[in-house]
Ligand binder design. Structure first.
Ligand SMILES: Cc1cc2nc3c(=O)[nH]c(=O)nc-3n(C[C@H](O)[C@H](O)[C@H](O)COP(=O)(O)OP(=O)(O)OC[C@H]3O[C@@H](n4cnc5c(N)ncnc54)[C@H](O)[C@@H]3O)c2cc1C
Length: 353
């Protein structure tokens, strides 16, 4: 309860106040609206700081302003310790951005996770990405105790239950449920390839409404995966955003291929970087070309840009790829205009599930 001398109205509306409800929408966030309108969506991963300074978050996110429909707050990715995803989301919603809360099951049990889900929704978070998470052995604290009380699929089912049935896993009632757009990760570029489309369908059955994939540097492999997804009809039941990222050098590409689990980079990509006069610029050019090719693959709904330590290149990549087709995602300077730009509920939107 607020002290008696403070009127809640005086606190004013939060800049992160979710948008008005729309029929058939699970959340009140921008990402779901953009996808259901059939527009090609762009999300970007924020490299979380190793500091307690909020400016480190705001400086990085400034590079995404006006270019993306959602900003991913990673959760101890690579099992390394950084600023927490819930805290980053709170900093972002406070200034009007649309974060995607990543939840890794490695570090919390179901009691902590459900509490965080309610808290994040109360802070204005509208999107979640449910992950099993990297194992502790891949990070900087290999002696940490892994939790894995849930995995990505049971986490999706848990949050869906909280949202749709208004209960915790225990069955206890939730008075005001979290209105969240539920996502998961998929990796079409790592074995077992034939199981990847099935795994995606399993996550859809558990509640996933959108996916963000691992880095794509192999278009034929993506096309083969999407063919399987289309054969199963799963592309009609979820939105698939394909992961991309600029490689800064052939050396980094080789390191990622050998050391980051699930990352597949073909030899010809590395050879192209190696042969370039300016490898960083070539990596950005390659990323732009990949986005343009990905956009043409049937069933793909958007791209997810993971520009590790190259946040400043995101605006250029999005602009040069042309995928926004003149559309202007949320920009702080035009916050009111951008929000009111949302179409009336009479505009046809894609309905699923
Ligand atoms: C976009 C994106 C963001 C990520 N962000 C984070 C993050 O913030 N924090 C973090 O810790 N990790 C993160 N990761 C890494 C991710 O958690 C691991 O790559 C994980 O191994 C696979 O994704 P998942 O968590 O959805 O696991 P799941 O799909 O639930 O898989 C869990 C494990 O089972 C294995 N598996 C899956 N399907 C099969 C199958 N059919 N047969 C045999 N084995 C199988 C997987 O390889 C994995 O080891 C991210 C990955 C992506 C693509």
């Amino acid at each position: 309860m607020l002290p008696p001398n403070i009127n809640p109205v005086d606190l004013g509306p939060s800049p992160a106040a979710p948008l008005p409800e729309l029929p058939e929408h699970s959340s009140r966030g921008r990402l779901e609206r953009v996808l259901r309108r059939g527009e090609f969506a762009v999300t970007a991963e924020l490299n979380p700081p190793d500091s307690a300074n909020p400016d480190d978050v705001y400086e990085r996110v400034a590079h995404f302003d006006g270019w993306v429909d959602g900003i991913n707050a990673t959760d101890g990715s690579g099992a390394n310790c950084h600023m927490s995803s819930v805290a980053i989301c709170a900093l972002l919603t406070r200034v009007g951005y649309s974060p995607i809360l990543q939840i890794s099951c490695r570090d919390y049990n179901r009691i902590a996770i459900q509490g965080n889900v309610l808290g994040a929704a109360a802070l204005g978070v509208c999107n979640v990405l449910a992950l099993t998470g990297d194992g502790v052995q891949s990070g900087d604290h290999p002696e940490a105790k892994p939790v894995f009380d849930l995995d990505s699929t049971s986490l999706l089912a848990t949050i869906k239950k909280m949202r749709d049935d208004r209960t915790f896993l225990s069955g206890r009632k939730i008075t005001d449920p979290p209105r969240l757009f539920l996502g998961a990760a998929e990796n079409p570029f790592a074995p077992p390839y034939d199981w990847r489309a099935l795994r995606l369908a399993k996550k859809v059955a558990a509640g996933a409404q959108y996916f963000q994939t691992q880095y794509c540097y192999d278009i034929p492999m993506l096309k083969s995966f999407m063919q399987k997804v289309r054969d199963m009809g799963t592309h009609e039941k979820c939105f698939i955003l394909v992961g991309v990222g600029p490689l800064p050098s052939a050396k980094t590409a080789r390191w990622m291929r050998s050391n980051v689990a699930g990352v597949h980079i073909p030899d010809d990509v590395i050879a192209r970087l190696e042969g370039a006069e300016n490898q960083k610029a070539e990596g950005i050019k390659l990323c732009i070309e990949l986005i343009q090719q990905i956009r043409e693959v049937e069933g793909v709904a958007g791209v997810h840009i993971m520009a590790y330590r190259q946040e400043e290149s995101v605006g250029h990549i999005v602009q040069e790829s042309g995928v926004l087709a003149g559309r202007q995602p949320f920009r702080r300077a035009f916050a009111t205009a951008a929000d009111s730009e949302m179409p009336p509920s009479s505009v046809a939107t894609r309905q699923m599930m």
